[in-house]
Every structure is written in C-alpha cells, then in structure tokens.
Design a protein around this ligand. Structure first.
Ligand code: 26Q
Length: 807
C-alpha cells in the first residue's frame, strides 16, 4: 500500500470508503486522516506481531517504562516519518487534490501529560523503538487529557480535552488481556500448611482493560507497545449483585465510581496534593501493569527467581512507586516466596528516576487514607519500613533523628521517594547538577548508605520529532551539507562546525529560519490579528507556568524595555517579538494571575503607536505538543531563566537548540551542560548560581525590599503592578506584588533582574550582527547531538536496565 503512488491511491480510496462510508468528495479532513491512519495500522500490524513474537522467542530482556503521563502529541506525522512513507503519502495525496498537512491537523493531540516529565516519556518510547530496544510503556488511558486552554479577556479558562470523541485510530482494545484490581476491604490472616497467609476480603473489584498503541521505530521494523489501561466495572459485580437485588442506583454509582479512575489526568505539575483518586490511579495502573508483565513472563519462564534477568521495570518519578509493594505482594502472597527472596528480586528489578527537588512536589500519602484504600499493600509497605528502619538502626544505633528523617513511614505519612530509594537498585537524576543536588543535599543521607544506587542520566529529546518532523527544511539542509549519518547518529551534527563560518550555508540556514518564522507570523496574524515584524527577534518562553520558571522575570524585562522606549522612542534596539505559551494548573492562583498580567501587558504594548512597533508581545493560547512543533523552528531566542537549582533539567532548552535558537538562561538544569558544549560565545548566561541561591536560603542576607527601594527601574515596574497602570481592578496583581515585596521574593526575580536586563542588551547587540548570530545559531545545532534522547536511552539501557537492542 505504500510501495508506490498508484498502490497508495488505490488503497487509500478503498480504506476511506470502508472506514467512513463516504465518497472522497463527501469526506472530511478527519475522515481522510483516519483512512491514512488505518492504512498505517494495517501496514504495521504484521511487524507488530513479529516484534512481539521475536521478543518472546529469543527471550530477550524487556524494559517496561511505567509512567502516569505520556505526552505523545499527534502520531500521523511521526509514524509516517519513522516508516519512511512521508513523501509517497504526501505526493499521492496531492494527486488526489489533498493536502497531507490538513490531514495531520485533523488529528487530536494525545495530551496525556502535564509537561516535561510526560513528554520525556514519549521521547523515550520513540528512542527505544528506534534503537531496537525491547522497551514498552505502561500508563493510563485517560478519557480526558490535559485541559484545553482558552484565553478569555486575558484570563485562562479550562475546557475538557475530549480527545477520544471521534475515535482513536492508533489504539487496539485487548479485552482478553484485562486484569482485576482490588481496592478497600479487609485482610484476614490465617494459617495454612503451617504458614501465615493473607486473605483479602470484601474488596471492591475494578477491571483494568488494556488499549495498546504501536510505537514504531525509525527505519528498523521494530514496533514496540504502549499499553494504556482503562477502568471498567466488573460485569459480575455490576449486573448480578446489585441489579438482581433491584438496586439500580447503587449499581450505577459503582460503575460511575470505577470509571472515574481513568477519567482525568490531574493537571498539577511539580505540585503534590493528597487526593484519594490520584492514589487509586497509581495503584490501578501499576497493579495492572505488573500483573500483565508476570503473566507474559510465565509464558516463557518457569520460576520467578530469574525475573531481574528478563525484566526491568522503570518508574517515572514516584507516581508508579507502588510497583515495589505490588511486586512484593505477588511474589509473597501469590507465588509463595519468602520475604527475603521476594525483596531481592524486587529490588533487582525496579529502577527510579527523580524529576524534581521542589519539596512541594514530593509525594506523601496519609497512612489512614492509604490503609483504607490498599489494606494489603499498606501491610507490605509497613513491613518494608520496619526492616529498613532496623537496617538504619544497625548503622546508626540511637540516632533517632536521622532514622525518623529517612523512614518510609513517619508523621502518619508514607514518603514515596523513600520507598523508591529503598526498593530499587538505581536512582537517577535528569541532569548533572540535579543529580549532584540529590546526592549532596536532598537525598544526602540515602546517598551515604547507598552510593552505588545513585547515577545521572541527562535528559534528551527525540531529534526525529523535534527536528525531522517539526523542521523538515532544516533537516534537509543539514543532510545536504553533512550527509544523512546524523539521523542514526546525532553526534554527527558536530560536522556542521565546519560550516559555521561558511557564508553560503549561513545564508541558507537564515532562509530556513525566515520561512519558519513566516509560518508562525501568519498563524499569529490569522488567529490573533497581531502584526509581527518578520525581522524582529523571536524571543520565546514556552513551558508550564510556575513561579520558579520565572515568566515574571521575562515580563519585567519587557516592561523595562517598554519604559525605556517611551523615554527614548528611537532607542537603538533590534525589534523584538516576545512570545509566551504556558498553561497554569487550574488551582494555582498566582500562575493564573501571571497569565493575566502577560495578556494585559500585550494589550498595552501592541497598540501603543509611540513605540513604533519596536516590540510586540504575544501569548499563544493552548500550548501543547503540536503547537510546540510550530514554535521551536521559528525561535531565535530560547528563554531558560529558572531560579538556579530549581529546574531539574528542562527539555525545551534542547528542542530550541536543535532548531538553531540561542539560549538566554541561568546556570540551572541542563543549561549548564549546554553551556559546556557550546561554550560561552554561543549562549547568554546570567544570574545567581545554585550555590548562591542555597546560601541565601541557608544564611539569609537577601532583602528584596531594599533592592526595590534602591533600583529605580525595578521600582517603576513593580509599582505599576498596583498603581493603576493596568486597566484592571485594584487588587488584581496584589498577590504578585506581595510575593516580591512582602514575602522577600522567594525566586530571586528582583535579585537577578539587573543581570538579566544587561544580558538581554548583549543579546540584542549580537543579534544585530547577522553573521555572528548565524554562527552562534549553527554552533548550537552542531552541539545538539548530545541532547538526543537516543544518547540518553543508550545510557539507560547500558548502565541501568542491562538491555540490548535486538538486531
Ligand atoms: C504528583 C502528585 C500528585 C499530583 C501531581 C503530581 C505531579 C505531576 C507531574 C508531580 C510532578 C509532575 C511533573 C513534573 C515534571 O514534569 N518535572 C520535569 O521533568 C522534566 C523531565 O525530567 C525536567 O526536564 C523538568 O526540569 C522537570 O521540572
């Protein structure tokens, strides 16, 4: 069907008719998208089965990546790319008068994630499949993904993301592979054959039904699986026990409460709230995943003693950490293994990544809530804690404070990170500085007893989606220049260094950037009726809205620039377009206020004729993967300005770099490693270091009020939040004002302001030297190879999982 255009067109028309029941003329873009999707599904089905069969036959070690989030975005374009069918498909469709882009845009984003952590999981799936590694995803099939954001009168409004409304062509429901999950009830201990056994009674059953999505490797015939679980009522419980007693309402309530488990993705990013339904989600998919792994394993292998030789289970942050007690439960209760043996197997199977050092993101569950929902799992966690504390006692006899601070259960709460460390063989951070902070500060006591468990794996992003798919013109130019070896080996980007001073290459790179900017300019004009100067600096900050990411620092720089332009209308600066995209958690008040502030500022600046269109501000609504694919290729400047020590890694920084944007950033997360690669001449860094930030937190000495009083530029900006400058009600921005002035500016916005503004001036100067800027841009691309998730996944495979590609 994809071998040539004739075959494609024939099969496409047949598929379209079969799936939509419509003629070509009557069919919508969505119908046509579904038809191409259906063709791909048919085409890969054999490879999918074959991949699974080979994994089973050759009995190679499998990796299961457990994550509560997989932020996939759209799949049509990336699947065509990985299969090598983009051109056949595009050209055949043209002959039928159809635009492939339009079909791609008909697909709903699979937005089953919040931000960095969820998108990382998606990049990892792509890299595992493309490297031929037997690695699969395990998660939840949320009925509603991450909310859709609308901006109404400058405010964020959240709408449900009904991504499955018109059907999902990529998934396959596997009802025969459903498993049962048990909640609530009581556990009775009884003696059977001289052994204590644990009988879970009066529990509530939930059926976990898997939906499998193929994960297609690039050019290698590998098709891995992303298995997402959906919660359904168990038929027997639903029909018989309640209905037969005439209790219709109770039966419906049960069904409703069960389906709630996989209904929504919690929209909190880097912030923990102890909601029971969230814990239910965690146990639901973890238990389903582990049961299905064990079932598969037993098909081929007899004894579970060799489990760690055949299976690696990776937990993406602490969200799936119940994998540890759940595996213990199955080994001890169902397989009748001794505790010690089960513990040895469990701790040799499970590895864990930490993604955050913000204390408010650390998961801890009330023991009462936990015990009630998961009585048997609670007993197991209790036992793990007892034994762990005994181990600590042997090492630190009498040191109660230390033991209490490290215990898994303390203050009536279960500390999920502590459970993760005790129950896994590997703990990794996501950038070097992040891992160092974990070792030296946050997890120092654990590092002391388990130094061998800690390691770093700096994040990466898939260059297939973020360069080849998002920026095909740049990809083509790179191939024309250095050949196509970089596709399989992104380290070869380094060959571009030879062309960083080549006028003809530079000109071509500039033209690609300009065309990408044109696309964005048109979208902004059509959707927002804002005119953007194509020649202006496209200065972009796209990421979740969070105080530590300091969108506010960016806003203050814009306000300052605006004030300076009003004073000096012919101020000698390059025109600039400040572009924002960000979703705020619906309950994060300050973050939502910051969105309003950005929109208010945009409103004022964009219509002020006095500044002669020198600067514009655009807030792009509903930032998501598909929009990101349009933004990165058009960016000149990448804003990575978190308070040092707060951003574990960042991955947007890598996507910008790959597309030739130059970073302005703090020495935080992976920015540090980017800095080391590209060198000081190709990046703009500023501000406090993580150590300086820590020193202020530890020893005091920072006084934001003093800065405010003494810096007249800062004072003018901050005062305008509350003095009627913005056409909003009096208290609208008082919270922002208070956090900076009354609560001593926790994230050092004022402290870093002067350095940031100065660095922006340097950047402006560099941009106006076109040749120099292009050189910087090319240098960034040349050094981006390290930040491909292929490099990251090779490291995980070798140093953590002990798995190899099946060749
Ligand atoms: C936890 C409990 C209850 C509700 C929500 C949560 C929750 C959900 C999402 C906690 C954290 C997250 C997401 C964290 C995240 O995205 N972290 C980012 O991970 C990226 C990939 O490693 C890093 O690049 C970013 O620096 C980091 O912020």
């Amino acid at each position: 069907m994809f071998q040539d255009k004739r075959a494609f067109k024939n099969d496409f028309l047949a598929k379209l008719q079969a799936m939509s029941g419509k003629s070509l003329e009557e069919s919508t873009a969505f119908d046509k998208y579904m038809a191409v999707g259906g063709m791909i599904r048919d085409y890969i089905s054999k490879k999918w089965v074959k991949t699974n069969d080979r994994y089973l036959e050759e009995d190679v070690k499998q990796v299961y990546y457990f994550s509560l989030e997989f932020l996939l975005g759209r799949l049509l374009g990336s699947n065509l790319l990985n299969l090598g069918f983009t051109e056949v498909c595009r050209e055949s469709l043209v002959e039928l008068g159809i635009d492939l882009n339009e079909l791609e845009n008909a697909e709903a984003d699979a937005g089953l994630g919040n931000g960095g952590l969820g998108r990382l999981a998606a990049c990892f799936l792509d890299s595992m499949a493309s490297l031929g590694i037997p690695g699969h995803g395990c998660g939840i099939r949320y009925r509603y993904g991450f909310f859709e954001q609308r901006i109404v009168d400058g405010y964020q409004v959240e709408l449900p993301d009904n991504w499955l409304r018109d059907g999902n062509v990529w998934e396959v429901r596997k009802p025969d592979k459903a498993v049962e999950i048990r909640f609530y009830g009581v556990v009775r201990e009884e003696i059977s054959k001289a052994k204590t056994v644990f009988v879970h009674e009066n529990y509530e059953s939930v059926l976990a039904v898997p939906y499998d999505t193929p994960v297609i490797g690039y050019g290698n015939n590998t098709v891995n699986t992303l298995r997402l679980w959906s919660a359904e009522a168990v038929q027997a419980d639903f029909d018989l026990s309640s209905f037969s007693h005439g209790n219709y309402q109770k039966a419906m309530e049960y069904k409703y409460s069960v389906e709630a488990i996989s209904q929504i993705l919690y929209p909190d990013d880097n912030h923990y709230k102890g909601r029971e339904l969230r814990l239910k989600q965690q146990y639901f998919f973890v238990s389903a995943g582990i049961q299905s792994i064990i079932r598969r394993y037993k098909k081929k292998n007899g004894s579970l003693r060799q489990l760690p030789e055949k299976v690696a289970i990776h937990v993406n942050d602490t969200h799936p950490v119940l994998a540890i007690p759940e595996l213990m439960r199955i080994l001890v209760d169902e397989e009748e293994m001794s505790w010690d043996e089960a513990w040895e197997i469990t701790t040799a199977t499970i590895s864990y990544t930490n993604h955050t050092i913000l204390s408010e993101a650390m998961e801890k569950w009330s023991t009462d809530l936990f015990k009630n929902l998961l009585p048997r799992i609670y007993m197991i966690v209790y036992e793990i804690n007892e034994r762990f504390c005994r181990e600590l006692w042997d090492k630190y006899p009498g040191d109660w404070d230390r033991i209490a601070s490290m215990a898994i259960i303390s203050d009536d709460h279960i500390k999920m990170a502590h459970l993760a460390i005790a129950g896994s063989y590997s703990i990794n951070g996501v950038a070097r500085i992040h891992t160092d902070i974990l070792k030296r500060q946050e997890m120092k006591n654990f590092f002391f007893i388990y130094p061998h468990k800690f390691n770093n794996k700096t994040n990466g992003v898939t260059h297939r989606r973020w360069l080849m798919k998002a920026n095909p013109e740049l990809a083509a130019l790179i191939t024309e220049t250095i050949g196509n070896g970089w596709i399989d080996n992104p380290a070869e980007f380094i060959e571009l260094l030879k062309y960083a001073d080549d006028p003809s290459f530079k000109e071509q790179a500039a033209n690609v950037k300009k065309r990408n900017k044109t696309v964005l300019v048109k979208m902004i004009k059509d959707k927002y009726s804002i005119d953007i100067d194509l020649e202006s600096i496209f200065d972009v900050q796209v990421k979740r809205l969070h105080a530590y990411k300091r969108q506010l620092l960016n806003v203050f720089h814009i306000m300052d620039l605006y004030n300076r332009l009003l004073e000096t209308p012919d101020l000698d600066i390059a025109p600039r377009t400040f572009i924002f995209g960000a979703k705020a958690a619906p309950s994060y008040f300050q973050a939502k206020t910051t969105i309003k502030l950005i929109n208010c500022l945009a409103e004022i600046i964009n219509k002020d004729k006095r500044i002669m269109d020198k600067i514009k501000v655009v807030f792009l609504e509903n930032y998501r993967v598909s929009l990101a694919e349009m933004i990165f290729p058009a960016a000149d400047v990448s804003e990575q300005i978190s308070t040092a020590g707060k951003e574990a890694s960042g991955t947007g920084n890598m996507k910008f770099m790959l597309n030739g944007a130059v970073t302005i950033g703090t020495m935080d997360g992976a920015n540090i490693e980017i800095f080391e690669k590209v060198g000081p001449a190709n990046i703009f860094t500023f501000g406090l270091t993580a150590e300086e930030v820590m020193d202020y937190y530890r020893s005091g000495g920072y006084n934001s009020h003093e800065l405010y009083q003494n810096d007249h530029r800062l004072k003018a900006i901050i005062d305008s939040l509350v003095n009627g400058f913005f056409p909003v009600s009096a208290g609208e921005f008082i919270n922002i004002y208070n956090s900076l002035i009354m609560h001593n500016d926790e994230f050092f916005v004022l402290k870093d302001f002067a350095a940031y503004a100065d660095t922006q001036m340097k950047l402006d100067k560099a941009f106006r030297d076109k040749g120099k800027w292009l050189g910087m841009s090319i240098n960034n691309i040349a050094y981006a190879g390290t930040f491909s998730s292929d490099r990251t996944i090779r490291e995980y495979a070798k140093e953590i999982w002990g798995v190899r590609p099946l060749v």
